[in-house]
Design a protein around this ligand. Structure first.
Ligand SMILES: [Zn+2]
Length: 135
């Protein structure tokens, strides 16, 4: 697995809150409905909490009803990476930041048009930066 940002485990523990560390470095999942980003409706960009890499645009966000921030596509194909995950006897596609390898969530083939994909992302793995509406 190649990523451009390499940090030691203790560096990540210092940088991240315990919950964020658990989700992004140990492939955890936040409790559904707990992320304030579920309600985030402003125009802007969602960045990787580990390194600030832009990962999902607000334009691709949709209300999935799952309790996790959901997107139908990343900001660019190379901004994220995916791996097949066989946890819990299910085959799922894991989604991570292409730059620092932080685990973000999973992608499922039951999303809306135009991609038909549903990127189900942990809010704690994201940092939202609103765009200035006047620009
Ligand atoms: Zn990152």
């Amino acid at each position: 697995m190649m990523s451009t940002i390499e940090k030691t485990d203790s560096e990540w523990r210092q940088q991240l809150s315990p919950e964020t560390y658990h989700v992004t470095r140990e492939h955890g999942t936040e409790r559904a409905g707990t992320s304030p980003l579920n309600q985030e409706k402003r125009h802007g960009m969602f960045h990787c909490v580990g390194c600030g890499n832009a990962v999902f645009p607000s334009d691709a966000k949709f209300e999935s009803g799952t309790g996790w921030p959901s997107f139908y596509e990343p900001v660019a194909p190379h901004s994220i990476g995916t791996t097949i995950d066989h946890k819990f006897f299910m085959t799922r596609t894991e989604v991570h930041c292409a730059d620092c390898n932080s685990h973000l969530g999973h992608v499922f083939p039951d999303g809306p048009k135009p991609t038909g994909l549903r990127y189900c992302i942990n809010g704690v793995a994201l940092e939202f930066m609103p765009e200035d509406e006047d620009e």
